[in-house]
Design a protein around this ligand. Structure first.
Ligand code: ATP
Ligand code: MG
Length: 180
């Protein structure tokens, strides 16, 4: 029998949550596994990641979760916009459920899902259900700051990236190949 898949969480304030998930995705791909990366929150794709995934072919895919999850700090105070985003996020959630339950993947990365929950775009109970009801062999990685305690409780491996320092603090802007 296939062993039960694992649930990993990369959270915390320090850099490395998404890139560690991509490292694991790369490792799984090398092992012959089928990998899906779902990106929440950010609209724009990181160029480096897209190019790398394209070069690897069909067995690894990167998928944006639509503009319901494109949310900026400046939008926080806009209640009408938030409701509109939330509705779109709900529609996009059906895609997440289909991909998770469909049996097409061995590893799914839910990038920035923790942040989507934190913002209130996705209900933590929906994510808990998704995790609990996943097919047996499916591994999941949930990334993003502020992971919900309910999800930390459910996960098998939780890593908190600790901010010691970041180049941004001395005014160095995001750099190609390192940040995008
Ligand atoms: P990465 O994608 O580099 O692994 P991350 O997933 O841990 O970063 P996010 O919270 O998703 O971090 O933030 C995304 C972007 O913000 C990245 O370009 C990252 O370099 C940058 N970043 C991460 N942590 C910090 C920080 N403490 N201060 C400033 N910028 C940061
Ligand atoms: Mg990230």
């Amino acid at each position: 029998m296939e062993p039960k898949g694992l649930v990993l969480i990369n959270t915390g304030d320090g850099k490395g949550k998404t890139t560690a998930a991509l490292g694991t995705a790369f490792r799984a791909w090398g092992d012959g596994q089928r990998v899906l990366i779902l990106q929440f929150i950010k609209g724009a794709w990181k160029y480096g990641e897209l190019e790398a995934v394209k070069a690897l072919g069909e067995r690894i895919r990167i998928m944006p979760m639509g503009d319901g999850f494109v949310f900026h700090n400046k939008d926080r105070g806009d209640a009408a916009l938030f409701e509109e985003k939330k509705k779109k996020a709900e529609q996009a959630w059906t895609v997440v459920e289909e991909e998770v339950s469909g049996g097409k993947w061995d590893l799914i990365v839910l990038d920035e899902i923790n942040y989507a929950v934190h913002f209130g775009l996705v209900d933590v109970s929906q994510v808990v259900r998704l995790v609990k009801e996943r097919p047996d062999g499916l591994n999941l990685i949930l990334t993003g700051r502020c992971a919900a305690p309910e999800l930390i409780e459910l996960a098998d491996t939780v890593t908190e990236m600790k901010l010691v320092k970041h180049a941004f603090q001395k005014g160095i802007r995001a750099r190609k190949g390192i940040e995008f």
